[in-house]
Design a protein around this ligand. Sequence first.
Ligand code: KG4
Ligand code: ZN
Length: 381
Amino acid sequence: MLKCYSDAACDTMEHNMDLHKALILGIESSCDDTAASVLEVNPKGSKIKSSIVYNQFNLHKEYGGVVPEIAARAHAELIDVVVEKSLKTAKVAMTDINAIGVTAGPGLIGGVLSGLMFAKGLSVSTNKPLIGVNHLAGHALTPRLTNKVAFPYLVLLVSGGHCQFLIVHNYNEYERLGGTIDDAPGEAFDKAARLLGLQQPGGPAIEEAAKKGDSNRFDLPRPLLNREDCNFSFSGLKTALMRKQAGLMDKQGGLFKKDVSDLSASFQQAMHDVIIEKSIRAIDLYSKFTNENQTFAIAGGVAANEKIRYSLQKVCKTKKIDFLAPPLELCTDNAAIIAYAAAERFLHGAYDDTTISARPRWPLDNKKPAILGSGKKGSKA
Ligand code: KG4
Ligand code: ZN
């Protein structure tokens, strides 16, 4: 039995929550996407009534990475428009909303502040509960938004800003098995693409170029593979690629199309091998916690890579555990996942108030020492 949340008037009464539904407004602004979403949660599941994402890619592309000040200003300028559009698309008014969930970190602090300050103002002016969401929890809980996956499950976040294995024990308890000590994998794909003269975002461009390439032509390292843990390092791989590219430039004065394809294929193969091997280790660790209804889920832009996705699927089949890859629009940054993480807290009555602070770093697992990786999209908390 939980407190009824369908009507502010029954705040003091106890109701069976199963009788009700709630509408959560989600707001996301931690990196380069300004996003808002209206999510309906009810006992049967969740329904995304709207999910609006404004990407800032064009604002940053000439700088080769996200410029925090530009990002923060763009979020501040757009956030009210995006929220309004999400309400309009969902055909609801602010009065219908039961709670506001907003990313309170980790991320680029200016961007997080833009969203959080807006949400605080909205919460005070409309008298709706405020829930400050850990952005990483949004990603980690996505399998429950899409598939009602049971706890505990294993999730691998692989994007331009994140890289970690987490066992999700419940909505509020996460155990990090490993993560990157430097770049995130998407960041490595992006840097590699830039080096090879391919377009951004680099992951899809490398994947495309690799299709015609020979992955055995260049011998690139598989960083940290000889270490028994689930940690990653991608910056040395990028440097190794740079050396191969520079060698060809010295010898030939430039790169032929075949060179770009072969370098892309060799780079993708190295990324793939490390991610697959570390995933096998993470699954083995996870299997010590539970052998019932086991699920391994991936999230983040790099999860779109067909080669990596296919191999992870095969690994899970061999290990006899369920494999889940949420649709891409929910793997990449959006506000529906923030609304869902807020909904899980809302159902447990875990609200915040306006004293909540924006946090540039916010590890989901605070029992383990922080991984100090940091890159173009901010800290890897
Ligand atoms: O989750 P996401 O959309 O955004 C953030 O990181 O915030 O991830 C974007 C990252 C980019 O670095 C992009 O290069 C990478 O995901 N990515 C891929 C692929 N599609 C996107 N990496 C490898 N293969 C892909 N097919
Ligand atoms: Zn993210």
